[in-house]
Design a protein around this ligand. Structure first.
Ligand code: COA
Length: 126
């Protein structure tokens, strides 16, 4: 039982369980090159979580390979590089969102061991 009912202030307060843990986020844009021309990219966000886990995780966003570059392994190479980066940054997990219509991306993720996890909800802020 709670000693006292939470006030508005206590429910709004953030308790930093890992105060020495850095909270900033690193962002990376990895690129795939073919004959000095960029054919693909992926954004990787390394996110520190000092409040809940005291761990880092990686969020992968906007994996893209140009139409001419597709089917040559660039997408897989970019995802492997993102995984290497996340491991180097001591992340404990990688999250990659993908709309269900993105069949190639979903096949790629699953072929690399990613498993469907939950369902994303989104609210567009105007
Ligand atoms: C998804 C995408 C990045 C894949 O890039 P790619 O360079 O063509 O992928 P790769 O050549 O490295 O293929 C890797 C794997 O992806 C899957 N894949 C690629 N193209 C596919 C297709 N047309 N249909 C089904 N699976 C496909 C396969 O599992 C493939 O492995 P395999 O070659 O051993 O069969 C590319 O299709 C793309 O940019 N699509 C548009 C943007 C997009 O959907 N981005 C993802 C946002 S979540």
């Amino acid at each position: 039982m709670l000693e006292r009912a939470p006030t508005k202030e206590t429910t709004m307060a953030t308790t930093i369980l890992y105060p020495d843990y850095p909270t900033f986020t690193h962002s990376y844009r990895l690129v795939a090159m073919e004959d000095a021309t960029e054919v693909g990219h992926v954004y990787v966000y390394i996110i520190g979580d000092p409040v809940k886990h005291g761990k880092w995780y990686a969020l992968i966003d906007d994996l893209f390979v140009s139409e001419a570059g597709r089917g040559k392994g660039y997408g897989r190479t970019l995802m492997e590089a993102a995984g290497t980066l996340a491991r180097k940054q001591k992340c404990y997990k990688i999250v990659a969102n993908s709309h269900r219509k993105r069949k190639a991306a979903r096949a790629l993720y699953q072929s690399m061991g990613y498993v469907p996890h939950g369902r994303e909800f989104r609210l567009d802020l105007k």
